[in-house]
Design a protein around this ligand. Structure first.
Ligand SMILES: Nc1ncnc2c1ncn2[C@@H]1O[C@H](COP(=O)(O)OP(=O)(O)O)[C@@H](O)[C@H]1O
Ligand SMILES: [Mg+2]
Length: 368
């Protein structure tokens, strides 16, 4: 087990600045996920932790000690990549033991570590096969096993499930969670997939353009996103955003005039939002309430309905052309071409952001 701290970590490739000063403190045994869109710097940050990329500025500490100058092999970490990079001419057993032989671990110790990893990852039936005779999921389990046998202080994963099909990804996700529960090591896991992040993480660092936008528990990101970016990134389909202005402010409540034409009341505002200021109103698709046309704050003309059986999605436009998505439990009678009403303001689960995108209100969707 080990702690990891990043203190104002920066990275430039020549004149190109890609990481702009990231601060993070990951606790002993924590499963920490770096999530963000492609190109935001997730791999670069992970590779700096691993020692595969130099740190341009700032400090990386493992168990409180600076490791900037330590080589990758001296940091006591193990990394698993998207490409499994197994040795094709070696058996699974040899793939698992090869690194330990290089580190001059005694043969008996190697045997017991390989046996334990094979048992944990359900690889025992395949130990004498070569990677070419394994499925994608089995290969990825070997790649993870190769990290496990090294008994690293911290596991680093860079999109390890991205090459697998959807069903296998879900299964491997559960296995990784179980592996973490069993061995309890600190894990840093990189993904662009917010569902993977939400399901695996103790805490998630949401990255954007080389900056950490928020570092928090999954449901805290969902319930109380710090800004527009996090609000739009966490949750699928993404939160609906409607620009508008504060018409009247009264304590924690405000009346908004949306550009789409509607007037909406918002309660529970914590930040500054004086009358006249530009704001963005947010409501998640799953918190939209559809009512009869004319009975809500705005009318939605329906472009498309998708029925998934257990839930349905309604896509439509407001009078000014603004697009909105509603996600309804169960099956809906609403059809393309119809007009329905939207009840926007009576939900506690609405959000408000200032002109710079900072949250002015926490959504109240959490459980006790
Ligand atoms: N060796 C490099 N030289 C120059 N730019 C790089 C290099 N490696 C990564 N980058 C740039 O750094 C940014 C972050 O890349 P990366 O960390 O791979 O993103 P992610 O893993 O989040 O998709 C990208 O804009 C990428 O083009
Ligand atoms: Mg990457």
């Amino acid at each position: 087990m080990a702690t990891l701290e990043l203190v104002q970590v920066k990275k430039s490739f020549g004149q190109t600045h890609v990481i702009h000063g990231v601060d993070l403190a990951v606790a002993h045994g924590e499963f920490c996920v770096f999530v963000g869109p492609s190109g935001c710097g997730k791999s670069t940050l992970l590779r700096m932790v691993a020692g595969l990329e130099s740190v341009s500025d700032g400090e990386i500490r493992i168990d409180g000690a600076r490791v900037n100058e330590l080589g990758a092999a001296e940091r006591g970490l193990a990394m698993v990549f998207q490409s499994y990079a197994l040795y094709p001419h070696m058996s699974v057993r040899q793939n698992l033991s090869f690194g330990l032989e290089n580190m001059r671990v005694p043969a008996a110790e190697i045997e017991s570590r390989v046996a334990e990893a094979a048992r944990m990852l359900r690889l025992e039936p395949y130990l004498d096969r070569r990677p070419g005779a394994l499925s994608g999921g089995q290969r990825q389990r070997v790649a993870i096993g190769r990290a496990v046998v090294r008994e690293p202080r911290i596991f680093l994963f860079d999109e390890p499930l991205s090459n697998l099909d959807a069903e296998l990804r879900v299964r491997m996700r559960a296995e990784l969670g179980a592996l973490h529960d069993r061995i309890g090591n600190t894990m840093i896991y990189v993904t662009h997939d917010q569902v993977e992040a939400m399901t695996l993480a103790d805490r998630i660092a949401v990255l954007r353009d080389g900056r950490c936008e928020q570092f928090a528990r999954p449901l805290e990101l969902y319930n109380a996103p710090a800004n527009l970016f996090v609000a739009g990134f966490i949750g699928s389909p993404r939160m609906n955003f409607l620009p508008g202005r504060v018409e009247r402010r009264d304590g924690a409540a405000a009346m908004l005039r949306l550009d789409a034409g509607a007037t909406v009341r918002v309660d529970g505002i914590e930040g500054a939002a004086a009358a006249g200021s530009a704001v963005t109103f947010g409501v998640r698709p799953e918190h939209m309430k559809l009512v009869a046309a004319g009975a809500g704050e705005a009318d939605l003309s329906v472009d498309l309905t998708e029925q998934l059986g257990g839930e349905s999605y309604v896509y439509g436009k407001l009078a000014n052309g603004f697009e909105l998505t509603a996600r309804l439990p169960g099956q809906t009678r609403v059809k393309r071409g119809e007009t329905v009403g939207l009840a926007l303001g009576d939900s506690a689960a609405t959000y408000l952001f200032d002109a710079d995108g900072r949250a002015l209100k926490r959504g109240q969707t959490g459980t006790a």
